[in-house]
Design a protein. Sequence first.
Length: 536
Amino acid sequence: MPTDKESNKNIVVLGSGPIRIGQGIEFDYASVQCVQSLKKLGYNVAIINNNPETVSTDFDTADRLYFEPLTPVDVMNVLEVEKPLGVVVAFGGGTAIKLAKYLDSQGVHILGTSADAIDLAEDRERFEELCDRLNIKRPKGLTVFTEAEALEAAARITYPVLMRPSYVLGGQNMIIARNNADVKEYMKIILRGGIENPVLIDKYMEGKELEVDCICDGQEVLIPGIMEHIERTGIHSGDSIAVYPGTFTAEIEEKIIRQSTDLALALGTKGLTNIQYLVYDDGSGPDLYIIEANPRSSRTVPYLSKVSGVPMIEFATRAMLGEKIRDMGFGTGLYRKPNYFAVKVPVFSFEKLMDVDTHLGPEMKSTGEVLGIAATREEAIFKGMAAAGWKFHKAGGVLFSVRQSDLPELPELARKFHKLGFTLYATSGNATTIERSGMPVTHVAKVHEDYKDNVMTLLESGKVVYVISTSAKGRDPVAESVRLRRLAVERDIDCLTAIDTANVLADCLASPYSLENASLVDINHLCVRPLAAGVK
């Protein structure tokens, strides 16, 4: 909070720059909310952003707008004119946060979480040391700079591995590598563009993914909510269906709250921190592992602010300026849990993006999201999927073409559609698996097996209303699996590329909910109850 001694009331907020897939308007929302909160507190606010399509660059959002690129030189030129008492980097996504280290080296005061704390969360060795000190488990990981180092690291960790550059947003250039060929292909792509920071290689662990957004004032922590992803690890959080509140055992929930609180405090956070976890069972029971922590605003903040009733950006902004969470009216050490369910469902624009594979993975591809709210989890998911544009057919054909590792789960999924009266079609290995489980299925040839009667001609026939394809990861646009999914897009056939999403769709089809009987909810009168959960 400003004091009488402070004659300088200028603060500069860094926006998110040009928006691309993986960096959406969520960060513009956060920047605007921050500007409004600062103005309410009596500060003069200037914003630097060079995207004309956003609210943050409206003429009346900030006191002054600098329509300049978010580069070190351009930002420093603005700061020399403004001479602010501090700069906010936490609400502009990856574009803004990357400037923290440079600005700090130039003697610029970073409001909220320090540049060193931001680096602590991103630096592999420092973050591992912190997790070890806090007794927080994480997947095995190494950092590399060359292809040879990457191959050696993958061999030590064992396949599959998750590969990503440091300081990325939206999972850009992020893949799951399952063999040496994947690693070589990935490193060629990364090295072609040149890298300053190392490539991170982690053991890929398939489990239930969840994320937490915390507000920390440096001493105490408020957790507005925990979101559970429908899809297992391996699909970017921006492309996953997320349910609030998540459903966990009491032991796991307590561990999530305790570890999130410990980590936010240990990072020295003042403002927001987004933490992603996975619940993994190695045979001895489920346990919690951390995936990553980002001491900044995340794409879930607008969604969680709306459904939890906590004005997260305002609170984070006030915490950055030294105000205590206990004075903001929501208590501290609390995990807030509603008596209703809210579901975030991603929206895609594949029909407008030529040659882009619809197969979902670690790199974000969604271009928006919708929200479903209801008294039950099932209805909230139905409303979210309906709003996202999924079609609820009651009859027709379902084509299955899933990868080898998904075959054990295929019979249960196929049975759901069979019970609903759908006709089952499948490629050879899939069809055999379904037949062994006692269900009738029509064998369909792949293109290279029969050029005249195959999966492509089946989609052209209009007999299929759903395609479930989890085959190759699809970097090659001429691969048959990629062309199958692209044809589904062109024919306006819903294509599901994750077993978990397909199961949820089948459950929606079997549910009693429809667009005619879905309940109407007044979001302004929803009840959120705070739970102490034993965290101080």
